[in-house]
Write a protein that binds this ligand. Structure first.
Ligand code: C5P
Length: 266
């Protein structure tokens, strides 16, 4: 199968049909624009299953997404889109970059949720954008941006309610959108603990990529816990495999250099 893009944590493969692609989740985890990187066996399948469940949920609520159906433990079939290089972040609680950029205390609730934009560019370090920047860069028209914001707000609210019923707090998340050849706007990429922050509703313990970013413990266990709470049907080995048993802790750390050229930040 032809590899169309090699992302940091995913691959995009061609199919026989020019209108569909395969999204394949790898076991690679990166942070800090690829500066920190590890391989954690089982992570790809967990992120794929969580993503598939959440895309299915959004589809049932009339959010147009690129997801079509599961192919195997680490892959799904999706509509082919041209990704808009815009990261749309919706925040329900302050943490991460916003606490550093604006000095807002960690844990402060945003009501209504805060919507922020970032330019998806590894070379520029994903800088924040305002609406005027988006038009100046020609990333979207005002009509499209209104659609994008409305879809992101609706998706965030649906996901937040869904995980709240499973004792999880949706702290923030990043969405990406794309256009099909026919011009339809679809929610694309992935929706997993690699791209959103989930805290245990009682203890505020991180159950997402912050475990890796901040060396807070065993990433696989965190993702397994999310999968359990969402009642996902994965082969038991994915839900029970313990990295600590192999003595690896955070998996195999592959170096701290920059990501090689030719990689696409998917
Ligand atoms: O780093 P920051 O606090 O801005 O991240 C906000 C949210 O967006 C987090 O859930 C993070 O995982 C996600 N994100 C992402 N990809 C990026 C930047 C942020 O998935 N390149």
């Amino acid at each position: 199968m032809q590899l169309l893009y090699q992302g940091k944590a995913k691959q995009i493969l061609a199919t026989q049909d020019p209108h569909t692609i395969i999204v394949r989740f790898t076991d690679t985890v990166t942070a800090g624009n690829g500066k920190k990187r590890a391989t954690i066996p089982g992570k790809g399948a967990l992120a794929a299953h969580i993503s598939m469940r959440l895309f299915e949920l959004l589809s049932t609520q009339n959010i147009p997404t690129h997801y079509i159906r599961q192919l195997d433990q680490q892959s799904f079939l999706a509509h082919k889109v041209q990704i808009i290089p815009l990261e749309v972040v919706v925040r329900h609680y302050a943490t991460g970059s916003i606490t550093k950029r604006l000095g807002i205390p960690k844990g402060r609730a945003f009501q209504p949720p805060l919507v922020e934009f970032f330019y998806k560019s590894d070379e520029l370090g994903d800088p924040p954008l305002c609406e005027a920047h988006i038009y100046a860069l020609g990333l979207a028209t005002p009509h499209e941006l209104a659609q994008i914001v409305s879809l992101a707000q609706r998706a965030a609210a649906l996901l937040s309610d869904y995980v709240a019923q499973r004792d999880l707090k949706l702290v923030d998340m990043k969405f990406e959108f794309g256009r099909t050849a026919a011009g339809a706007l679809l929610l694309a990429d992935e929706i997993s603990p690699d791209t959103m922050r989930l805290w245990d509703a009682r203890t505020d313990e991180s159950l997402d990529k912050d475990v890796f970013r901040e060396d807070k413990g065993d990433l696989l266990r965190a993702y397994q816990e999310v999968a359990r709470r969402l009642n996902l049907t994965l082969p038991l080995s994915y839900l029970t495999r313990s990295l600590s048993a192999s003595g690896e802790g955070q998996g195999e750390v592959e170096g701290t250099g920059e990501v090689g050229t030719g990689e696409v930040g998917l």
